[in-house]
Design a protein around this ligand. Sequence first.
Ligand SMILES: [Zn+2]
Length: 376
Amino acid sequence: MTIRYRPVAVAGAARAGILQTAHGSVETPTFMPVGTTATVKAMTADAVRETGAAIVLGNTYHLMLRPGADRVAALGGLHRFMDWPGTILTDSGGFQVMSLAKLRKMDADGVMFQSHLDGSTHRLTPARSIEIQHKLDATISMVLDECTPFPATEEQARLSMEMSSRWAARSREAFLDRPGYGLFGIVQGGVFPGLRAASAGALTDIGFDGYAIGGLAVGEGQAAMFGVLDATIPLLPTDRARYLMGVGTPDDIVGAVQRGVDMFDCVIPTRAGRTARAYTAEGVFNLRNARFADDAAPLDPCCRCLACNRHSRGYLHHLFRAGEMLGPMLLTWHNLTYYQDLMRGLRAAIIADRLDVHAAALRADWMGREPSGELT
Ligand SMILES: [Zn+2]
């Protein structure tokens, strides 16, 4: 084993565990803040640590284009480069190639694309992606796959999944095992349970240090996403971590934890923090709303973050209205703290064997204000 995952408690399909890596131990379920270009936007590394995060995500596509994997390696690797000695997971780059790059051309062995920054031409193959992630010194690398577009016919999803399975095998061959470092496979197959099962079978035959579930949160809706988790997770080994990629809202995360997911990443808390949207125990607030202009109360009285302890809603409202950069900084800090505390609460509830009661109470509080959970 290169990365160890050990469950410490189970509650139904949910589990609490420990992921042990070369860069520390991570209590699961866990949320990974997204550090796209070697920075969690608007946050110092110390601030990210203070929120309680034990693992962050970096994006291979962005880092290979700027500043470049060789430069990151020469500057001491991603941990030193971004002052994050803890565990780092990098994606394969494939998702951003499909969503950001210009003039993509896919073939059986990889994808040619033009940088969205300067139009320069690059090629990503399973082996090349693994080589770049190695240079970055990612603790956890991801296989190169194709995120099956949504909607897709079952035949399109099957062809895409089968190519991803072949690329997963090539990624595994290219990955150099080192103690405490690992490679995760990615289950694909769209919304089709049979394809998800075939993908999970192919990946577990190859053998990975953890298993991600990809191709979700692309427009299929929460019910379909949960359906895929129900069909997929029982097929994955219990002694490996499970990672749901790119998900999601607090409600998505609670439902996925109840179905057995251990790891999450999403831009929601950081992106929302830059656009005045606050995630709280009482739902989502838009701090630009004029109703907060004279509000002396803390954003979330239950929250331990700097924004909630030292400032009023009225001050945060003012910062966003005035276009001050401290607004996005404080609100990102709050949202990441909220997500980390959400994960800690879920973990404690699993260990205490009261997850369903805890989840129902969370949902009741979120819905307390408006059916959408959002005040505008
Ligand atoms: Zn707060």
